[in-house]
Design a protein around this ligand. Structure first.
Ligand code: SF4
Ligand code: SF4
Ligand code: FES
Length: 247
């Protein structure tokens, strides 16, 4: 029987602990043997278990759902738990997502950034006054097509890949990114939210929102959930232009 020899993977990992006095950013290389169905999650755990227990990286679900394992994989943002080594060359470069606060090595504080963005954009349903008061009121039905459209946008896992792939945010740290604009598009669709386009204009009708976006669409290319960011950003921009012209 002619069995193919497993590949020997060379994993180059960005290492730096900003909380460790005297530490400086550098690359460390580990070599491991590839196994069938191997993901980068398995690779990193293998390295931590057998070579260096101090390696920092984040994982929770291992299923592309929690959004915590975003990192730069051979120059492109992606989810490590959903990335098969078989789809990559033998030499693999891993670095933390830029923009977010670095905790150490491949671990970044996306939650802090996302929380700030969500608070700024108030990404929750703003109920109409009478609906808040009457707790016995039956919920209004929603057309299934509309519900589906909303749930489609709600699939965002706040992984930060679109932020890491966005040129605008590298120049303007206040830019809300595709993740922020997607959220506004989601609430603008929702009939339970009393806010109108003029209210959304106050939130994203400037260079920190739709008018800062260069529409090069790096965000949509790297979004692991394949969200329709391109069409949602374009839609939001059209709505905001209409409001802007009235002002
Ligand atoms: S829009 Fe896509 S890439 Fe951006 S945070 Fe949400 S899931 Fe991640
Ligand atoms: S299209 Fe806009 S949000 Fe998406 S990567 Fe480009 S500048 Fe960033
Ligand atoms: S570990 Fe949850 S998305 Fe990768």
């Amino acid at each position: 029987m002619n069995e193919t020899k497993p590949r020997r993977l060379k994993i180059n990992i960005f290492r730096y602990d900003p909380h460790q006095k005297g530490d400086t950013p550098h690359i460390e290389t580990f070599e491991i043997e590839e196994a069938p169905g191997m993901t980068l999650f398995i690779v990193l755990n293998d390295i931590r278990e057998h070579y260096d227990a101090s390696l920092k990286f984040d994982f929770v679900c291992r299923a592309g759902i929690c959004g915590s394992c975003g990192m730069i994989i051979n120059g492109k943002p992606g989810l490590a738990c959903s990335t098969l080594t078989s789809k990559l060359p033998e030499e693999i470069n891993l670095a933390p997502l830029p923009v977010f606060e670095l905790i150490g090595d491949l671990s970044v504080f996306t939650g802090k950034w996302m929380r700030g963005m969500n608070e700024r954009l108030e990404t929750w349903i703003h109920n109409k006054e009478d609906e808040i008061r009457d707790i016995h009121r039956l919920e209004k039905p929603m057309e299934p097509e509309l519900a589906e459209e909303i749930y489609e946008l709600d699939r965002c896992i706040e992984c930060g890949c679109c932020i890491a792939g966005c040129g605008t945010i590298q120049m303007n740290e206040n830019f809300v990114g595709a993740v922020g604009m997607n959220k506004i598009a989601r609430y603008a669709l929702d009939p339970r939210d009393k806010r109108d386009d003029a209210d959304y204009y106050e939130l994203v009708g400037d260079e920190n929102g739709v008018f800062g976006c260069m529409t090069l669409l790096g965000c949509e290319d790297v979004c692991p959930k394949k969200l329709p960011l391109q069409s949602k950003i374009a839609y939001l921009r059209r709505q905001m232009v209409k409001i802007g012209m009235k002002k």
